[in-house]
Design a protein around this ligand. Structure first.
Ligand SMILES: Cc1cc2nc3c(=O)[nH]c(=O)nc-3n(C[C@H](O)[C@H](O)[C@H](O)COP(=O)(O)OP(=O)(O)OC[C@H]3O[C@@H](n4cnc5c(N)ncnc54)[C@H](O)[C@@H]3O)c2cc1C
Length: 485
């Protein structure tokens, strides 16, 4: 007999996974459908990774309300998912009197006792590389940064541990009603049935909402390009350095990452909704923006450039609503910044909408807490010795730059949800994410993955479907033992 789910979630970005984790604490049958081969393959994979503090919420908007609602969730996320954001603090810089007035408004919005407006000299004690043209800064010690992949994965792993089912390579194409209560979710592979459906499909959620007969304004896509520096520069910038925002975005900022890199970006540029290319012009804009804040920004230390796409609605706010045609269907549209920060607040709000629509949320007797797998690179020598004594795979370094071990590769391939592509491995354990960007480990990583997954070399994928790393042989060894002339 066909399984009927209580809730189907469409989309394995940070929002879909946060909703899955939130709902997994209740007695429900939940399925998450994702069109790619992994979670975190959409907007959530390319952003700044800032958990914006209360000072930066946009008052009187849905996104502001859900941002505020999300912040108290982070201590719970630390406890239940063993996931720890890096508290960096943030400086917002003023170059003139108008900017200074904006800094004062941040203090009013944040309502923190320990934030303050600092002179340039005081600011340069915190950040010696700040531009001398700055007249003051607003210092907020509460801002945090996360790895967006790792937050999404922590939600996904926590949800899976508590019974949520994940199915990948499932492109949702539309819906149908089966009697008045059940919704049929259609994919090319098969159809699924549920009493409630949450459309958290990121850039595609408005299209899906329109397909379900609901009226949603058309989405515009705006690209944000980034430059990532090598870890050698760790400490060059310790706080997030925000400019005063423009009318359209938070502006080009500079931020440390939890792994020790430094990130500059993003710009704001109209684009197609699948265009993640970087351009000479866009990267120059990022350079100029970062140098305005930090004139000696060491761009010669760049190891990666990339772009993310904002799904923006004309109102520039989140649009979360119940479908007119399908009372059990909830659409989440326009989840742009601060969607990463707001994700647990969005999940809680979606839970409330589901209750209003008739879903009964009964807490489970027991919730399983996630325990993060050790990161060899972050372990002290004693811990490393203990790990190697338990399992020699911990002593087998696969990626030299990031000191990733065979034990971690095996874990990433076997966890739930598992890595099935090279990028899936990179996002979970940072193999190939370091200074050499895989030049060294890409030589032997493929054979490890082939052996572990029992697949052929042609089946190795870089990222999504049809991204085969190897397509065929270019040379053959005719006689390996022939003596050279
Ligand atoms: C440049 C930039 C910088 C940002 N910086 C920050 C920041 O610092 N802090 C912050 O809080 N927020 C930030 N954001 C916002 C944040 O990244 C997003 O709000 C958030 O990642 C959105 O997550 P999502 O789950 O809604 O979308 P996604 O991550 O795109 O997830 C949607 C998923 O649905 C899948 N999908 C799509 N269509 C279908 C379908 N038909 N069937 C099945 N699956 C489907 C996709 O493959 C995707 O995996 C930034 C965004 C950008 C672009």
């Amino acid at each position: 007999m066909k399984k009927i789910y209580d809730v189907i979630i469409i989309g394995g970005g940070v929002v879909g996974c946060a909703i899955a984790w939130f709902l997994s604490r209740f007695n429900l049958e939940i399925l998450l459908l994702e069109r790619e081969l992994d979670v975190c393959c959409g907007i959530s994979k390319a952003n700044t990774g800032i958990i914006h503090s209360r000072s930066y919420l946009t008052p009187e908007t849905v996104k502001g309300e859900l941002h505020q609602r999300a912040l108290p969730w982070f201590p719970k996320i630390e406890k239940e998912l063993d996931f720890h954001p890096l508290v960096t603090g943030a400086l917002t810089v003023a170059f003139n009197r108008d900017d200074l007035n904006y800094l004062k408004s941040l203090k009013k919005i944040g309502k923190y006792d320990d934030t303050e407006i600092l002179s340039l000299q005081e600011s340069q004690i915190l950040e010696p590389n700040l531009s001398d043209r700055i007249i003051a800064t607003y210092y907020d010690p509460h801002a945090m940064v996360v790895s967006p992949f790792r937050l999404t994965l922590a939600f996904a792993e926590g949800a899976a541990l508590n019974g949520v089912e994940f199915q990948f390579n499932r492109l949702v194409e539309g819906f149908d009603l089966k009697n008045s209560k059940k919704i049929i979710v259609k994919t090319p592979n098969e159809n699924y049935e549920a009493f409630f459906v949450v459309n958290a499909a990121g850039l595609s959620s408005t299209k899906l909402a329109q397909q379900s007969g609901d009226q949603v304004p058309t989405l515009s896509a705006f690209k944000g390009e980034y430059i990532l520096l090598d870890k050698e520069n760790q400490g060059f910038v310790k706080n997030i350095i925000y400019p005063v925002p423009s009318l359209v975005s938070k502006g080009i900022l500079v931020s440390p990452t939890p792994e020790g890199n430094i990130l500059a970006g993003p710009n704001f540029e109209s684009c197609y909704d699948d265009d993640t290319s970087t351009t000479f012009q866009g990267l120059n804009e990022v350079r100029a923006g970062a140098q305005k804040l930090i004139p000696r920004f060491p761009f010669d230390q760049t190891i990666q450039i990339f772009a993310g796409i904002r799904p923006t609605l004309p109102e520039r706010d989140f649009l979360i609503f119940v479908s007119k045609k399908y009372p059990g269907l909830i659409h989440l549209c326009g989840i742009e910044s601060p969607g990463l920060t707001a994700s647990p607040g969005i999940a809680e709000y979606v839970g409330e909408l589901l209750i209003q629509q008739g879903l009964s949320l009964k807490e489970k007797d027991q919730i399983i807490f996630r325990k993060a797998f050790p990161v060899f690179h972050d372990c002290d020598w004693k811990k490393r010795e203990d790990l190697i004594a338990q399992n020699p795979d911990w002593g087998h370094i696969v990626c030299r730059c990031e000191e990733v071990t065979l034990a971690e590769v095996k874990y990433a391939l076997n966890m739930n949800p598992p890595a099935r592509t090279m990028d899936g491995l990179k996002r979970r354990i940072r193999v190939t994410a370091g200074r050499c960007q895989g030049s060294f480990c890409q030589m032997h990583l493929p054979s490890i993955v082939m052996n572990q997954l029992n697949i052929s070399i042609q089946d190795l994928l870089k990222s999504g479907k049809n991204s085969n790393l190897f397509v065929g042989e270019t040379k053959k060894v005719v006689n390996a033992h022939a003596t050279p002339h």
